[in-house]
Design a protein around this ligand. Structure first.
Ligand code: A2P
Length: 272
């Protein structure tokens, strides 16, 4: 569509590319100057497995920039939720952090990813290790009844630099006990363990260090992890992924994928 100089509706300046969904923002919540979440309408034809990611963009260029975002809402939800970092000068997040209800967000049509129940062998417990926005795929999985059908115990860890960055996970878990669909599954089966690395907090330190020292298992009252009983999913910063993967492999865990399920799976928290 051609526009004249002086037009004040930038969203209308660029055509919506074919092969993408154009969805409407329904809510935005800012947590800190680095983190926010937003929800959009869900395309009726979209099917995904809890834990998968999609490519997100904005209709603000002839060829929009797309970035991978884990879907933070469960597969049964009527809307889609995302948890995002705000990167100063970031090609997408610089603009995305300014969206408001009613705005349009673009989404490519094919969800994918390895942080799915299908990529793990059955087990007694599943550990979900996250840092920062890496909690997003787990926000989806811990709201999916299938996760509790597959595992007796679900342990979600979330490590951030500052206390304020934990709020997304805290609100999520607090709301779950009242959730009509998953509330009954989580009672006595979901553990949330949140730690902070750069401020005083009741639980401090990198999760890798807490696992290695054994303090994590003491705190949650579980035995040390074993490949016989336990499964793990890891999502967060590259450093955490690398170090946690090494810890698990040192304990004899093998990595799984969609085509060959294993004892743990890994995916980085994408947007940078
Ligand atoms: P730290 O503050 O000690 O770097 P970021 O905001 O940079 O993505 O980091 C999110 C969290 O991940 C921070 O609490 C950070 O701790 C932690 N982290 C960073 N690198 C590692 C690592 N290699 N192993 C474990 N945790 C890490």
């Amino acid at each position: 569509m051609n526009t004249r100089a002086g037009d004040i509706e930038p969203a209308a300046e660029f055509p919506i590319p074919s092969n993408v969904f154009a969805e409407t923002v329904t809510m935005v919540e800012h947590y800190t100057d680095r983190l926010f979440r937003f929800r959009i309408t869900r395309p009726q034809t979209l099917r995904f497995r809890s834990g998968e990611f999609v490519m997100i963009g904005l209709p603000n260029a002839e060829k929009p920039v797309f970035r991978a975002y884990s879907i933070a809402s469960p597969s049964w939800d009527e809307e889609l939720e995302f948890f995002s970092i705000k990167v100063p000068g970031g090609p997408l997040t610089e603009h995305l952090q300014r969206i408001e209800p009613g705005d349009t967000v673009l989404m490519k049509k094919k969800p994918t990813g390895t942080l799915v129940n299908d990529a793990l062998l059955p087990g007694r417990r599943v550990y979900m290790f996250s840092t920062g926005t890496g909690i997003a795929p787990f926000a989806s999985l811990i709201r999916d009844p299938e996760t509790y059908e597959k595992f007796d115990q679900v342990i979600l860890t979330h490590t951030c630099r500052e206390v304020a960055e934990l709020k997304y996970g805290q609100d999520l878990v607090a709301a779950m006990s009242e959730d009509p669909l998953v509330g009954e599954f989580t009672e006595g089966h979901l553990t949330h363990y949140a730690t902070v690395t750069r401020e005083p907090h009741a639980t401090e330190g990198r999760i890798t260090d807490l696992v290695t020292s054994g303090k994590f298992f003491e705190d949650i009252g579980m035995p040390p992890m074993s490949p016989e009983e336990d499964r793990a999913m890891i999502c967060g910063s590259m450093g955490m992924l690398h170090d946690m993967k090494a810890i698990l492999e040192g304990k004899g865990f093998t990595e799984g994928s969609n085509s060959a399920p294993g004892q743990f799976v890994v995916e980085r928290a994408f947007v940078d």
